[in-house]
Ligand binder design. Sequence first.
Ligand SMILES: O=C(O)CCC(=O)C(=O)O
Ligand SMILES: [Fe+2]
Length: 302
Amino acid sequence: MAIPVIDFSMLNGSERTQTLAQIANGCEEWGFFELVNHGIPVELLDRVKKVCSECYKMEREEGFKAASEKLLKKMENSGKEDVDWEDVFLLQDDNEWPSNPRDFKETMKAYRAEIKNLAERVMEVMDENLGLDKGYINRAFCGGDTVQQPFFGTKVSHYPPCPRPDLVNGLRAHTDAGGVILLFQDDEVAGLQILKDGRWIDVQPLPNSIVINTGDQIEVLSNGQYKSVRHRVLPTPDGNRRSIASFYNPAMKATIGPATKLVAQAAAVASYPDFVFGDYMDVYAKQKFLAKEPRFQAVRAM
Ligand SMILES: O=C(O)CCC(=O)C(=O)O
Ligand SMILES: [Fe+2]
């Protein structure tokens, strides 16, 4: 069993209907799918791989090694700790970015513009598949009529070789809190798995593809038609897996709830509450690695 691989360019041709259906199936049955021919130039993706790996070597590897030695000792003494074998830094429009290598900033700025555009195109496909007005999801993320910017962050991760994969996770199992997540994962080193029907399934590396997954807010907006699926990263004893995850989320002040049209169509009353996304993030910060359902309950009570 493998997650669906979808040719995004087919949306523009005679196979549009089948492609829409494939994406609907990816959202409804899997919560994950892999896009090829998504329109982001391979030349840019090659540069992204290069600058992120160089940045890790130049600015982060030494620090990770020092920290991980301590972590390893702690784990060997006290058993499996609630930690992740992961090096992370976050890029947003308004935070400080690494300055090495020299072409890091320019490359990642161009990448973020492309991936943001892809996120918006994918969200419009979701609008269409759900029977919502074009732009509905994005407007909801912007807080409806008020002028707010959606949150758009890019998390650059490395999962360096781990000498004790029996003792630690690369990244513990979780669902993503936000909206649409676009992941540019390593060409060769595997590790990402999703939970499907009670079994962990590999998200196979496929060079230059972009993995899309739907976070908790898409599950809520779609009134449960689309699922936010648990996933994890396994550590590897050799290989340094690189992954670049971009999160297109609601603005912190946006109120999120099931789309009225979808509630009206559903037999049952809305199974998700309306809430302010920032409040949800407060709950998520404490409960990220737990099941998602109690988070919806907790935010309902706020
Ligand atoms: O690194 C990956 O492949 C997945 C990362 C992830 O799930 C996350 O950052 O939420
Ligand atoms: Fe995730």
